[in-house]
Design a protein around this ligand. Sequence first.
Ligand SMILES: Cc1cc2nc3c(=O)[nH]c(=O)nc-3n(C[C@H](O)[C@H](O)[C@H](O)COP(=O)(O)OP(=O)(O)OC[C@H]3O[C@@H](n4cnc5c(N)ncnc54)[C@H](O)[C@@H]3O)c2cc1C
Length: 546
Amino acid sequence: MSTTFDCVLVGSGINSLACGALLSRAGWNVCVLERNDYLGGAVKTAEITLPGFHHDVFSAWHPLWVGGAAHGELGGELAARGLEYLNTELPTGTVYPDGEAAFLTTSTDGNALELGRHAEGDAAAWRDVVAGFMPRADLAFGVLGTELWSRAGAGLGVKSLRALGRRGLAEFGGELVQSSRDWLTHTFESERVHGLLAPWVLHTGLGPDAATSGFMTKVIAVAIELGGMPIPRGGGARLVDALAQLIRDHGGTLETRRDVTRVVVVDGRAVGVELADGEPIAASRAVVCNVTPTQLYGRLLEAAAVPERVADAGRRFRYGRSEMQIHYALSRRPDFDTDERVSRTALLHLTRGLDGVSRAVNEADRGLLPAEATVVLGQPLTIDESRAPDGRWIFWIQLQELPWHVRGDAADELDIGDGTWTESLRERYADRIQERIARHVPDFESLVLARTVLSPADLEAANVNLVHGDPYSGSLALDQNFLWRPFAAQPGHRTAVDRLWQIGASTWPGPGLGAGSGTLVARDLLRPAAPVRLARRARARFARET
Ligand SMILES: Cc1cc2nc3c(=O)[nH]c(=O)nc-3n(C[C@H](O)[C@H](O)[C@H](O)COP(=O)(O)OP(=O)(O)OC[C@H]3O[C@@H](n4cnc5c(N)ncnc54)[C@H](O)[C@@H]3O)c2cc1C
């Protein structure tokens, strides 16, 4: 092989960059290979509407990164390379069809006041949620930040048993699998409050009636209060730039337009990869693939490399609902026909509420274009004015309730053609969403300078990991989540091939910018070998006893 690195990372998504940064600053010689012409995967900032309008084309909101372990470890070094986070006290809100709105702020008092405005008892209910969550925050966040299928996972279980007792742990387990609907309706009186929090389950790839969605809603709600809605000044790509620079500064290599077509396995051990042009790249310590299971087991690994049972299960990995992005360049900040706080809120949801989200999810699951989608409407300029020319405005819109194969239109309005995401279907569905926005912003049409829409098919074409336009690279149904992610026959990040690891949104702890899987694998790779660990433990015991 022509070039040898300690570690070759396939793909340059956030998990690869975090993993590569952690390894390279520990002295590993890493190489990141990316098939696209830019680094960052689902983190990309570009002027995709008009010059001067800097849109986060895919992901935009960074609370998971800022609250994550990788940022904890690398934050200072990234700041030294130009990364700066900005935040807001008005992170999220929901706007209802009647023009009413509800908000979540970054203070418990503020939230108690706001929720109490909708139903008196909900003020105390919110305080109880926060007070009940905080003592177990370590456990809740610990579950999401631990390699569950490992000694550390078992250790977390034992620690929790000691802290909570058998009964307490059973209660926590019950909470973990509860649906969002059950949690919300049994905790808060006001339907406005249900509608404020329920749309957040969409950001975890779930719907409000799915198992575990209640736990996810609670974790996100408290995390937003604690962390707000941070975004990098200048766009998400500044995080990518800083991570890439960190890797380069430690001698690492990052290359774009390098499609990896094969993981080279010799005697059951991964020794490198092969590129589309046939060039081999050798890895002496690890090959880390940030790819989906369908790619890993259907393209990169030869049949003989892993047991057929595992390969077959990998190829049958399921994807979740599809997604659409709409980007607007606007002539000025829009005036919403509702509470003035709406125009200052970073991330809004337009919905009828819990049942509205549930209905749209159900329609999408049945192959229908939802009659009334949950519109996720982001306003990055509420936090970072550098994203557009003076006085101008940007809307970042996400629609997470769409089918891949369109079987019909729940509103019975659009001609769905052959059910594929053609340009015409994309634009006509975006028109429907534009009309929804115009119900709250009466002069909206006149503010639009440009619009760029990405259909599920466009998302898949932009990033091979977004199979079927699923923004989360795999269904997060319980049987593909937690202990079973990516899939039960091969959970965790180690694979059946020695020195071959899988990371990325398809793997635990799933999607989002927390870089959880990249961090877990880097830590595992950097763990001293067993004899060194034993010697260290013996030395520590000796020091304690003498
Ligand atoms: C539209 C959208 C909006 C989102 N919004 C948010 C948000 O606001 N906040 C949030 O926290 N999360 C958000 N998410 C989720 C989050 O962005 C993703 O879960 C996360 O970025 C995925 O990172 P990753 O490390 O799994 O890799 P990805 O970002 O999926 O990148 C993988 C990279 O690997 C490359 N690759 C794959 N196979 C090969 C190969 N064989 N050879 C070479 N290169 C290869 C791909 O080209 C790609 O660039 C959003 C996702 C999408 C799609």
